[in-house]
Design a protein around this ligand. Structure first.
Ligand code: AMP
Length: 471
């Protein structure tokens, strides 16, 4: 008897797991699937990348196959990309059932989503904000008969004050009698409180973890002065990609604006990349992520919007351009690499202002970061190019009105006026593309090419000289 049979899964689901290359249940699946199949509420906590999605998707699909109607399950998750990822897993695992899975997130056409909800999909995967919007604008659909509510990344959903109001709107519309499944990387007071306040029995399982990150992850730091941080970033990027040209890298940074600036600098200095942050229109977010996942682009620059749950199996290096304020966010970020038993490296850039934050991270993960050797003299050689490139990126962004608050307010205003901000952005881009640029642009392009060349030459000279690269 296979281990999957042992935990009560049906033959067709085991076959589907096999087709996906999953031969035996991960610990969270082994512990949580049986009680979910028995009808219990469940709280499951395990490290990121431990197979949490399948731990709830498999029993839901099995139950759905016994009693097919829609909407059967609602899965709430904090980010749009995670919603699409979860929906994909449901579609693949539930292929035999030919189920209808609908994703309801911001940044997509609301009318179309309304129609999708009206045809009673079996599984609805949603971010709380957009589902609450649907309830408030056109209450023509109902989730009153769902059998399962899943809160994925429950810690973030329950603790982030931004979600509280939206969750309240949604919860009022759900049936009292249902199974509630909470999945999270960490057990937080909010989750514990919810579990304790439940009138029904709740099965709870947490992976014991003295160390929050996996052994296969090589965790490093580089200490530098804040003024030269970007030059260090480019140096590390250049060195790593030269030594391992096939590798995929995610750079995490603190704000949307910084993510955009870094992306422009990387492009400018010869590293093709995509960016992912909440100020980008949704279709760019998804297409960028697809390009990165399919290996067309090797570098992804993102805010913490990408730090949770995204399953990109081949990421080799995470660079933390800033030390996250919350140690838990560090764990989520570095969890994008060294997944499912593979190795990976995380390098955190630490300035004189971040030493205490780094110490908090180290005590949270119960691991000391080791120093990643860099060649300061090489960094100094690229200081000017990097500084100029950054300045240029900032000017271009200012021209684009990228100021984050301004942009958010602009979007809010458009929405209040009944205009779709995504469409407005598309039209703006189309107009911009039509505009003819004169000589100044050519001059700018020539400067850019020169800078790129200079930047690359420095490293190729170094390589030719055959300097040993210290690790
Ligand atoms: P998740 O934690 O849900 O993001 O899953 C991380 C990755 O592990 C996904 O690519 C899954 O397809 C994969 N996975 C899920 N369950 C298992 C398992 N039992 N054995 C090996 N890989 C798995």
């Amino acid at each position: 008897m296979s281990e999957f049979e042992g935990i009560g899964l049906d033959e067709w689901l085991i076959a589907q797991c096999k087709a996906m290359g999953i031969s035996k249940p991960s610990p969270i699946q082994k512990h949580c699937i049986p009680p979910i199949l028995e009808g219990q509420n469940c709280v499951g906590c395990a490290k990121t990348g431990s197979g949490k999605t399948a731990a709830f998707a498999l029993p839901i699909l099995q139950k759905l196959s016994e009693d097919r109607y829609g909407p059967y399950a609602l899965v709430l998750t904090p980010t749009r990309e995670l919603a699409f990822q979860i929906a994909d897993q449901f579609k693949v695992l539930g292929k035999e059932l030919n189920i209808n899975v609908t994703v309801i997130t911001g940044g997509m056409d609301m009318v179309r989503q309304g129609k999708d909800l009206n045809v009673k999909p079996h599984i609805v995967v949603s971010t709380p904000g957009r589902l609450a919007d649907h309830y408030e604008s056109c209450d023509t659909f109902s989730l009153k008969k769902i059998k399962f509510l899943v809160l994925d990344e429950a810690d973030r959903l329950l603790e982030d004050t931004g979600f509280a109001e939206q969750l309240e709107i949604i919860f009022k519309k759900l049936p009292k009698k249902r199974q509630t499944l909470l999945f999270s990387a960490t057990m937080t007071p909010a989750i514990r409180q919810l579990q304790e306040s439940s009138e029904e029995k709740v099965f709870s399982w947490s992976q014991s973890a003295d160390v929050m990150t996996v052994d296969e992850l090589d965790q490093r730091y580089v200490l530098m002065n804040a003024d030269v941080k970007d030059a260090y970033l480019m140096h590390i990027l250049e060195k790593y990609t030269t030594e391992r040209p096939k590798s995929s890298i995610i750079i995490f940074t603190s704000t949307c604006k910084y993510a955009q600036i870094l992306a422009m600098m990387c492009e400018d200095l010869g590293f093709p990349c995509v960016s992912l942050h909440s100020m980008l229109p949704q279709k760019f977010r998804l297409s960028g992520l697809t390009k990165f996942k399919s290996d067309q682009v090797k570098v992804l620059i993102a805010t913490d919007v990408a730090s949770r749950g995204l399953d990109i199996p081949t990421v080799d290096l995470i660079i933390n351009h800033n030390v996250p304020n919350r140690p838990r966010d560090y764990v989520h970020r570095v969890g994008r690499t060294a997944r499912a038993g593979r190795g990976g490296m995380a390098i955190t850039l630490v300035t004189q202002f971040d030493v205490h934050l780094t110490k908090s991270v180290e005590s949270y993960i119960n691991t000391k970061l080791i120093e990643h050797a860099t060649d300061e003299s090489e960094v100094m050689k690229i200081l000017t190019e990097v500084a100029v490139s950054r300045r240029e990126a900032e000017i271009r962004l200012d021209e684009r009105d990228f100021g984050e608050k301004r942009e958010i307010n602009k979007r809010k205003k458009l929405i209040l006026e009944g205009i779709d901000p995504e469409k407005e952005e598309e039209e703006r881009q189309a107009k911009k593309a039509k505009r003819k640029d004169g000589k100044s642009k050519e001059e700018k392009d020539a400067e850019k090419r020169e800078r790129k060349e200079k930047f690359k030459n420095r490293f190729s000279k170094k390589k030719k000289a055959g300097k040993a690269v210290k690790q």
